[in-house]
Write a protein that binds this ligand. Sequence first.
Ligand code: NAD
Ligand code: TYD
Length: 340
Amino acid sequence: MGKIYRNILVTGGAGFIGSNFVLMLANEYPQINVINLDALTYAGNLDNISMLLDKKNHHFIHGNICNRELVKEILQNYEIDGIINFAAESHVDRSIKNPGIFIETNVMGTSILLDEAEKTGITRFLQVSTDEVYGSLGKTGKFTEDLPLEPNSPYSASKASADLICRAFYKTYALDIITTRCSNNYGPYQFPEKMLPLMINNALNDKALPVYGDGLHIRDWLYVYDHCTAIWAAFCRGKTGEIYNIGGCNEKTNLEVIIALLECLDKPQSLISFVKDRPGHDRRYAIDATKTMHDLDWSPSVIFQEGLEKTIDWYLTHPDWISKIISGEYKTYYKEMYNV
Ligand code: NAD
Ligand code: TYD
């Protein structure tokens, strides 16, 4: 039987994937205490976890992973026995405009967490990474864990740097580290700067859907709940020092995804508008998750059409969540980003 974890520090648990993860833990493993450290950047949102805020097994701390003193205090005071690091700046387009904060949070923040974990003697540290660290694929082949890291955006370069620091802490200090690298997620609570919720929101408002370049870039989509179950499997059953790719074998061009969502919403394809391509835009991502499926006994449970319908349904039934977000900083971001 594996180790039993009691007090887990989850960072970035008010963001998209982190909030889905803490909600899953609270529902399925109520005996575990989650200490949720989040800086509440533009992407962090307490509304995502409002149902947990008065629960005894969830402690929210508003703070930054770059704050060494705070991290040290949390590790000691809450007797943390495992860390799952979701906290990050996560949007490629923002990293192109302002790379500095990506280096600060994703590289410096991760190294502070590792450093303090090592000093406190924390047993297990899971770094939530991304398939984007591998760079871009040609027409064939898939990402396997042994490929070299060839990141192309400031975002992916900052995540690759964090992965390498994790590797160094494992090799040098024998820190108990697992790294997971997942493909593109979609589902409830995703901030509408990312492709899928942005397109859903625009389509609902009969606004143009800005497709970069020719729209034939390929992403390998995974429903967020399946990512969460894979992270938990890796945290509980993964082997120290190993890297696990996570994906759903679900490659689609951006146009295929957008046409499918327009069909679900009964909106016309005339809303599609081809715009200037993203600089350094990776052409294709595809994950080989054989190792994770085999070694961790994990498999995805939601097929794309079902996940897409669930996601659209969630945005349709949470108009307040989305309208609160798009009334704030998002408006300025959207204007600057899309020149409208
Ligand atoms: P997100 O942007 O929705 O959420 C990030 C969260 O981290 C926010 O709540 C934010 O407030 C918090 N945060 C940011 N800087 C912080 C700091 N310095 N200290 C503490 N908290 C901070 O991101 P997401 O899409 O949920 O991604 C979560 C993780 O998963 C990231 O590490 C990302 O690289 C990785 N990932 C994302 C995807 C995807 O498709 N979204 C795929 C693979 C891996
Ligand atoms: P995104 O959600 O930003 O994820 P990532 O770049 O990390 O894969 O983008 C997914 C794909 O959608 C990517 O190929 C870029 C494309 N895209 C658009 O065509 N238009 C947009 O407005 C956005 C945000 C993304």
